[in-house]
Design a protein around this ligand. Structure first.
Ligand code: DHB
Length: 387
């Protein structure tokens, strides 16, 4: 096969590149080693920044406006009381609750309807000659080896990217955290109209939503925690304890229908491009989940990248690719700080002292009382404007 752009990775980042390139008249082939069904049922974050929603809607994917929920703020909860951060008043913007799985479904449907060449469930991916004549090779489900020749290769193959290791002389920035999230899907009505980010002595908890009858919740846990050792009762006890307060707040309980432990890390690799290979999304950078920046960052990369690729291919001049890393990293580091800040402000480190506890409460108290502080949160959460 010969195509203009070979895209390794068919998650939201890879499919969105393919979709935007198609709208610009550029053809692509997408490969992914997972099955469509696996991606559709792997639960990820659910919050879209204002400009992520714009990107979806402007490119013809407007189901988010019907099935998503616009949120004009969040609650920060500490010392057993909730404090609303009003995004509309502070930053003139909102975010949308719309699960990543739905974005994948929308993109997959649109690409399929447009006759895209999508190859899921493949194995043994290999990318060669990214300096001159890139080729992507893989094995299909029947054991046959295939080769795709392309002008450019996009590595949108996630946090365990094989593409990123093809870029020589990189700098990698890494930070680990001594905790993870225990994520659950529960069958219950919503406990609150907006998200609650709760800091307690027992650790962080996040109350999010999905539908009228299914909710998404997380609580800080040890990275080695085994989800199978947690009964529904034990999960609800942990969540209720971390949300409890003098206002008498209680979560509405129901059966736990899914449980997973999510890893936590901050990671950036630079540069994000070498020769005819460019990276997008988690392949180049990972953020801890607090604040839901991962997918939004990937979509911001993709918007920039689709534009860059269009210029490179229509002018037959690769020099525009030279600016991609710097332009993408500008936002990446803003989001890295934001995610780190939300995380460390709300989680409890195992070795935290009484000083750390009180300092953290001091920070949260200042933040909710300060228009400047709250505005920084509102701007970061709803997303910085593109450039
Ligand atoms: C969700 C996940 C997040 O990490 C977050 O900050 C907000 C919401 C979610 O899955 O709904």
């Amino acid at each position: 096969t010969r195509t203009q752009v070979a895209i390794v990775g068919g998650g939201p980042a890879g499919l969105m590149v393919s979709h935007l390139l198609h709208l610009a008249g550029i053809d692509s082939v997408v490969i992914d080693n997972r099955a469509v069904r696996t991606i559709e049922t792997t639960h990820r974050a659910g919050i879209l920044e204002r400009d992520s929603v714009r990107l979806l809607v402007d490119s013809g994917l407007d189901r988010v406006l019907r099935d998503g929920h616009r949120h004009e703020g969040i609650s920060l909860r500490f010392r057993g009381l909730s404090h609303r951060i009003d995004f509309e008043n502070l930053a003139g913007a909102s975010c949308w609750l719309y699960p990543q799985t739905d974005i994948f479904i929308d993109l997959h449907r649109a690409r399929t309807a447009d006759g895209a060449d999508l190859r899921f469930g493949i194995t043994d991916t290999e990318v060669v000659d990214i300096l001159n004549a890139p080729r992507v090779r893989y094995t299909d489900a029947t054991g046959h080896r295939h080769e795709i020749a392309a002008d450019l290769v996009v590595g949108a193959d996630g946090s365990r990217s094989i593409c990123r290791s093809l870029i020589p002389g990189v700098t990698q920035y890494f930070r680990g955290y001594p905790y993870a999230w225990f994520g659950v899907l529960v069958q219950a009505p919503p406990s609150a109209p907006e998200l609650i980010y709760s800091r307690s002595r027992d650790g962080f908890a996040l109350i999010s939503q999905r539908t009228e009858s299914v909710q998404r919740m997380y609580f800080q846990c040890d990275p080695s925690e085994n989800p199978d050792e947690w009964s529904d009762d034990r999960i609800w006890n942990e969540l209720q304890t971390r949300l409890a307060g003098e206002d008498g707040f209680r979560l509405k309980e129901g059966p736990v229908i899914e449980r997973t432990v999510l890893p936590f890390r901050s990671f950036v690799q630079t540069p994000m491009r070498h020769g005819r290979l460019v990276l997008a999304g988690d392949a180049a950078h990972t953020v801890p989940p607090t604040g839901a920046k991962g997918l939004n960052l990937a979509l911001a990369d993709v918007r920039l990248l689709a534009d860059t690729i269009q210029q490179a291919l229509t002018k037959n001049d690769l020099t525009v690719l030279e600016h991609y890393t710097a332009r993408a990293l500008d936002r990446v580091w803003k989001a890295q700080h934001f995610s780190y800040w939300m995380t460390t402000m709300l989680h409890r480190a195992e070795d935290s002292s009484e000083f750390d506890e009180q300092r953290q409460l001091g920070e949260l108290t200042t933040l909710v009382a300060s228009t400047a502080g709250s505005t920084y949160l509102a701007e970061g959460y709803t997303g910085w404007p593109g450039r």
